[in-house]
Design a protein around this ligand. Structure first.
Ligand SMILES: Cc1cc2nc3c(=O)[nH]c(=O)nc-3n(C[C@H](O)[C@H](O)[C@H](O)COP(=O)(O)OP(=O)(O)OC[C@H]3O[C@@H](n4cnc5c(N)ncnc54)[C@H](O)[C@@H]3O)c2cc1C
Length: 297
């Protein structure tokens, strides 16, 4: 099918040229040529099976690790927010759909007296994004709790990947971008609600004291180089509080870029590049982006 015929056929299910800024934590970004927000896996499968083969697809979860460029994204942008079911079976295995918010999954586990997912309370993404990034905090990461994940490729074909097959490593996995994660199964252990609640409170408290909260950001901008802390290298390079327009290196946590008010994506990306350069000049370390930059340059 040609792209125009495809748009016409799905016109009641898609948005054309929709601004993506409100779907990301930075609050910046251009337009999606085609925006699709399915509410059922079966609808997504049908949509993908009809998609023109040469039409690209990009998936957004909560947009908490993304910098979408001002010139937007060609092809289809898929948003998973409505695929958000969470269930538990008699063995304590929790199954969460890709668009479920991590903190919701953490609270669900707590309410069922299941331990092991407490760290999810502090990560502001979705289950799908968390798997893609192998996100983690406070000594735990998705790799430690994931059993397997059900995925669909860009042609609408399903596959189950085991934890091992995903080759999860520090903030990355070894799988091509052609897979959209649909739902994942997590192992948990017996726990007491009070104990779990206290652990989660502690995580929230620690985060509030170390990181800026209630602001537009993408979280940690750069990955920690082996044996080093990115924030320390950035601080030592004199970048704390550095500004480019309304994009600024947080005074509270040097590895966070914040959009003070009306920054655009270009200013944020430029600021990141300046910081990378300054850190390299000061320490010889080449920082790698943790935030994913996507869209037309
Ligand atoms: C304030 C703040 C604090 C943060 N703290 C942490 C932290 O402590 N630890 C940490 O690891 N990260 C942290 N992050 C980063 C971010 O929250 C995580 O990387 C999170 O897991 C991303 O999930 P998301 O749903 O927002 O993904 P998005 O940002 O929407 O997308 C990230 C990547 O995942 C892909 N993706 C999303 N959903 C799917 C899917 N269903 N199938 C396939 N691919 C998918 C996207 O295409 C993209 O490549 C923080 C971010 C913020 C803003």
């Amino acid at each position: 099918m040609k792209i125009d015929a495809f748009k016409k056929r799905f016109v009641n299910y898609i948005y054309l040229n929709r601004n993506l800024a409100k779907y990301t934590w930075f609050g910046v970004g251009g337009k999606a040529e085609i925006l699709y927000i399915p509410d059922r896996e079966e609808s997504l499968e049908k949509f993908l099976k009809n998609k023109p083969i040469d039409c690209k697809l990009f998936t957004i979860g909560a947009g908490s690790n993304l910098l979408i460029r001002d010139n937007g994204i060609n092809g289809i942008t898929l948003i998973t927010s409505k695929l958000n079911k969470i269930e538990i079976n008699k063995d304590g295995i929790i199954t969460a759909s890709c668009g479920a918010i991590d903190a919701e999954v953490a609270r669900f586990a707590r309410d069922h007296n299941r331990s092991g997912l407490e760290f999810l309370i502090g990560i502001p993404g979705t289950i799908g994004g968390g798997i893609k990034m192998n996100s983690g905090a406070f000594g735990s990461e998705f790799k430690d709790i994931l059993i397997d994940v059900k995925a669909i490729n860009h042609n609408g074909e399903y596959k189950i990947f085991t934890n091992k097959e995903l080759k999860m490593d520090y903030r990355k996995i070894g799988l091509k971008n052609e897979w959209v994660f649909l739902s994942a199964r997590f192992r948990t252990s017996d726990g007491s609600k009070d104990h779990i609640r206290n652990k989660m409170k502690e995580i929230i408290h620690t985060r509030k004291s170390a990181q800026p909260t209630g602001i537009k950001t993408g979280g940690s901008t750069f990955k920690n180089p082996s044996g080093k802390k990115a924030w320390q290298l950035i601080d030592q390079a004199g970048c704390r509080g550095l500004r480019n327009g309304d994009a600024m290196i947080s005074e509270k946590h040097c590895n966070f870029i914040i959009n003070i008010k009306d920054s655009n994506a270009q200013q944020i990306e430029e600021l990141g590049k300046i910081v990378k350069q300054k850190v390299f000049e000061n320490s010889g370390v080449n920082l790698n982006w943790e935030i994913e930059r996507v869209g037309n340059e």
